[in-house]
Design a protein around this ligand. Structure first.
Ligand code: ATP
Ligand code: MG
Length: 239
């Protein structure tokens, strides 16, 4: 069911959009959490690819990983030729080092968003920003500043955070991770699982919270195939 009142930013991952009534809420900040290989980066690339090719929305992928070329190669394997979109000015890729200060980051973002009419931004993984910050208050302040700026600029954001154990930020030792605060600050939290807990598919995805909208609260099946992520009902119908 599509919600007609709230403006949406569809991911184009049909099964995912279905379980949240049409996609992310426009201009919201959204957190994607999951373990290694759970599909986080794939989901972001698909969100940006669909944004540009299906919905006419330009996107920006901010990576803190050492090698963007590798990310682009991964995307190519799903048939997403970002180099073409890049040369057309529809998608920008930027790499930040973990040493980048929040001031530099904000300045750079403001410039790129304005110059390229960016409507969608992904940060993969945001936890790198917190590496040099030891104080939890400082981490909260930094992330709050960043997401407030992006919201003012009317962009829909996805932050990736890595989790090892459990879905609520607890590590194996029972310690909270440094970026757990993101789960409270973000407008939505979605967890990706690298094994099937929903009874269908070999993976699963669950929307933990999404402000201003109703959504499916159970985990639904998910699959990564040659054309990217399938979720929800689509996992079953495409098998
Ligand atoms: N063509 C494909 N068909 C099926 N599964 C694939 C295909 N390509 C990649 N995968 C799966 O997708 C996974 C990678 O997903 P992705 O890189 O999005 O995970 P991630 O959550 O970003 O991981 P990390 O935390 O390590 O960055 C691989 O481990 C592999 O299992
Ligand atoms: Mg990744």
């Amino acid at each position: 069911m599509v919600d007609e009142v709230i403006d949406r930013c569809p991911t184009g991952v049909v099964g995912f959009d279905k379980i949240c009534r049409g996609g992310f809420v426009r201009n919201s900040d959204n957190l994607v959490v999951g373990g290694p290989g759970s599909g986080k980066s794939t989901f972001l690339l698909q969100f940006l690819w669909n944004g540009a090719t299906q919905f006419g929305e330009n996107g920006l992928y901010c990576s803190f990983e050492p090698d963007i070329a590798e990310t682009l190669n991964d995307a190519m394997a799903y048939g997403w030729d970002f180099s073409k979109l890049s040369s057309e000015g529809k998608i920008k890729f930027m790499r930040f080092s973990p040493q980048t200060s929040i001031e530099e980051l904000k300045k750079e973002l403001m410039k790129v968003i304005a110059q390229n009419s960016i409507k969608r931004i992904c940060f993969d993984p945001i936890s790198v920003l917190a590496l040099n910050l030891n104080d939890k208050g400082k981490i909260r302040e930094t992330i709050f500043e960043l997401s407030s700026l992006i919201k003012r600029l009317k962009v829909t954001t996805i932050f990736v955070d890595e989790s090892l154990e459990g879905e609520m930020g607890l590590t194996r030792d029972g310690e909270w991770t440094k970026t757990d605060i993101l789960r409270f600050l973000s407008d939505s939290v979605t967890v990706f699982y690298e094994s099937g807990i929903a009874g269908v598919g070999d993976r699963a995805v669950r929307i933990v919270k999404m402000r201003r909208t109703a959504h499916e609260r159970k985990a639904v099946g998910m699959k990564i195939g040659d054309s990217g992520i399938l979720a929800g009902e689509d996992v079953v119908t495409n098998e």
